[in-house]
Write a protein that binds this ligand. Structure first.
Ligand SMILES: C[S@@+](CC[C@H](N)C(=O)[O-])C[C@H]1O[C@@H](n2cnc3c(N)ncnc32)[C@H](O)[C@@H]1O
Length: 383
């Protein structure tokens, strides 16, 4: 039998064993794993040669391609867009009732749910204008919460709700932004990510709770759970691993009140690397190119040795780490000349441009370009 690759893997296998003994499987089991990704669960079970557990856990969730799949919304992998389910977004929106002014940090689905009820004293701060680019939307402020000074909104809000990407340094920077925006005496509600999303997350969430307790009074968990839809890029990565996409992700909410003398409790946030990604639309899909050249000998190649799709959305995945081109549909590529790729993408206006541009590139790079562009063009994709 293969040995589990790490202590963390061994812990995953043991937790799975206990849950299976308790008659749990599928999404119900994933929900009880404290955020361990189903792809990680599968990988750990395969590495330990736990065929019995594997069969039980993934029963009814196996997929065998290729199949045609409809993409209902093209989500952003660079900015970690993990959307709340519409039911959950409505429940979060209800938290805002009774507050005069509300700031939403990185929660466009909650913003949309609140706007359905015609409230106008709600502002969404988010980098990604995907939902709002067709028409100017009152109340939407496009900004980078890691680096932009939000001084014109300082002390403006009674309630700040935030769902930062699930990385420690980004989380603390977002808290700093929340503290800037909130009025003394106001309330902050943030998602707290689960303890098992990676081996360091237990320690990180402890540190986050400590920070919250230093900054806020009456820190507590809410009864409401954050429930997520699986974003488009991750759906395809799950299929790539032979797993049928399900809405498996959940997290907790924590809240606390800002003291009346908030200035006495400053927050130290480490600077986080600036976003160097530029987005282009190709038909219905979205492609993101990072302005950092890879050392490829060819112009364009897949980041994964065998597939044009990544096998995990995790930033720790070796292919995801290498990729300087990502798509809303799970592609991961490396490109030796990202600026040239962006120029070529500017020229894709109608479907027939894809072949023309592909033909300008060297053989394999041109073929890959056409494959990816055609994957993104329509509402359907074959995986
Ligand atoms: C974890 S998702 C949360 C989405 C939320 N669950 C929802 O359903 O609306 C993170 C959100 O923050 C935005 N975001 C990520 N990094 C950001 C940054 N540095 N500045 C501003 N917004 C950012 C993303 O565009 C995305 O909407």
């Amino acid at each position: 039998m293969n040995k589990p690759a790490s202590t963390f893997d061994a812990e995953i296998v043991e937790s799975v064993r206990r849950l299976v003994e308790d008659s749990r499987s599928g999404t119900d089991l994933f929900n009880a794993m404290g955020g361990v990704h189903p792809i990680e669960i599968k990988r750990a079970l395969v590495a330990s040669d736990e065929q019995g557990l594997l069969k039980t856990v993934f029963a009814g969730l196996e997929t065998r391609g290729p199949t045609l799949r409809e993409v209902k919304r093209d989500d952003n992998p660079v900015l970690s867009f993990w959307p709340f389910t519409s039911d959950c977004a409505r429940k979060i929106a209800a938290l805002a009732e009774g507050y005069e002014s509300v700031a939403l940090l990185g929660t466009p689905t909650v913003f949309s749910a609140i706007r359905e009820t015609q409230r106008d004293n709600v502002i969404l701060f988010d980098s990604d204008d995907y939902f709002f680019r067709e028409k100017a939307t009152e109340g939407y402020v496009q900004c980078d919460l890691l680096s932009d000074a939000l001084t014109s909104f300082e002390n403006n809000f009674d309630l700040v709700i935030g769902d930062p990407p699930w990385y420690f340094d980004e989380y603390i920077s977002w808290l700093k932004a929340a503290i800037c925006l909130i009025r003394p005496g106001g309330t902050i509600v943030f998602v707290l990510y689960p303890q098992n999303i990676r081996d360091t997350a237990r320690h990180e969430t402890k540190q986050i709770l400590k920070t919250l307790e230093n900054l806020l009074d009456g820190v507590r968990s809410l009864a409401l759970a954050a429930e997520y839809e699986t974003p488009s890029f991750e759906q395809i990565e799950l299929i790539q691993n032979g797993i049928c996409p399900t809405n498996w992700r959940k997290a907790a909410f924590v809240s606390g009140k800002v003291p009346l003398q908030k200035a006495y409790r400053p927050i130290q946030a480490k600077p986080v690397r600036t976003n160097l990604w530029t987005e282009r639309r190709i038909g219905c899909g979205r492609i993101f190119v990072e302005d950092v050249a890879s050392d490829n000998s060819v112009f364009l190649q897949t980041a994964h040795p065998n597939h044009r799709f990544l096998s995990s959305p995790s930033r720790r995945d070796p292919s995801r780490k290498k990729a300087n081109v990502l798509s809303s549909r799970g592609h991961g590529l490396t490109c030796s000349h990202p600026r040239r790729l962006l120029e070529l993408l500017n020229d894709v206006r109608v479907g027939s441009d894809i072949e023309k541009i592909g033909n300008q590139l060297d053989g394999p790079s041109g073929e890959l370009f056409q494959l990816i562009a055609n994957d993104l063009w329509g509402r359907f994709i074959t995986v």
